[in-house]
Design a binder for this molecule. Structure first.
Ligand SMILES: [Fe+2]
Length: 286
């Protein structure tokens, strides 16, 4: 190996080894990562002091904290748009189908089974009741009968049940099955916008960049239908003030409108004493 210089160090690192003989894909990813990281250092003229700040930052990201028992690496990849870039690359193949999206950190295994049509959580005093009508079909329009549909969302204040002790277990989490025609209805509340937890290193980065930490209101879905890969997505609400500035950059075209109902006869028919909302959406599963 010749004497190392600023000009040859990148190639020296990439070629140090069997050049992908043991693991070609790893070497491909590694080579590109090294190339881009070195280019970044050259571009910003990164000092050793700044590099040390970066090391300490990565250490803090990996350290468990109050909001993230596994640390904040996942959250940071979301807030840097890295998670979304991989989703966009993968979803590129699924033309004409509902958009994929990230699962997020608050999916929990063991969701309780709920009957088609059931209420999925407790309607709080400030919550707006919402009746969801969904249909699930493949890209040829064939209904997906008896598909398993996992649904989870925060309450109207933007809290998932695991984030607040006063919320009942499994509040607004449920596993449904579509009927023979691929239909699923459930009763819920309009989910609140919520900030990602900002007490840790990710939050301090957002603050120093003048970025807000809000996610636009959404409902999470995972659809498991025979003959299809498991499909994960998020349904966003157009009325959210954060729909065009979501902090993890995952809002694309899958946005829905809710319709308000405040007519006395309709309220009576639903047994409600406050206005309610409805939405309809047909999922096309790749
Ligand atoms: Fe979420």
């Amino acid at each position: 190996m010749p004497a190392i210089t600023l000009e040859n160090i990148t190639d020296a690192v990439i070629n140090h080894g069997d050049k992908g003989k043991t693991n070609p894909r790893l070497h491909e990813i590694y080579s590109s990562l090294v190339k881009h990281l070195h280019a970044f250092q050259r571009e910003v003229n990164l000092t050793t002091e700044e590099l040390e700040i970066g090391r300490q930052f990565l250490f803090k990201l990996a350290t468990p904290n109050q909001d993230f028992p596994n640390g904040e690496i996942h959250l940071m990849t979301d807030c840097l748009g890295i998670s979304e870039v991989s989703i966009l690359l993968e979803d590129n193949k699924n033309h004409g189908t509902t958009e994929m999206n990230v699962e997020g950190p608050l999916f929990i295994e063991g969701l309780p089974e709920r009957a088609n049509g059931a209420l999925v959580g407790e309607i709080g005093a400030n919550d707006k009741p919402l009746f969801v009508t969904n249909k699930f079909q493949d890209k040829h329009g064939k209904p997906l009968a008896n598909a398993i549909v996992d649904v989870w969302q925060p309450n109207g204040d933007g809290f998932y049940f695991v984030q607040r002790d006063y919320l009942p277990k499994w509040n607004f989490y449920g596993r449904f099955h579509t009927d023979a025609s691929g239909n699923l209805n459930f009763a819920t509340v309009v989910p609140g916008d919520y900030p990602v937890p900002t007490s840790g290193p990710t939050g301090s980065m957002l603050q120093q960049l003048g970025r807000h930490g809000y996610r636009a209101a959404h409902i999470h879905y995972i659809v498991r239908a025979t003959g299809h890969d498991d499909f994960t997505t998020m349904m966003y609400f157009n009325h959210s003030p954060y729909v065009d500035s979501d902090t993890i950059f995952s809002v694309k075209d899958f946005r829905v409108d809710i319709v308000k109902h405040d007519n006395a006869a309709e309220l009576k028919a639903r047994g409600l004493d406050k206005p309610f909302y409805t939405l309809e959406y047909t999922f096309v599963i790749p």
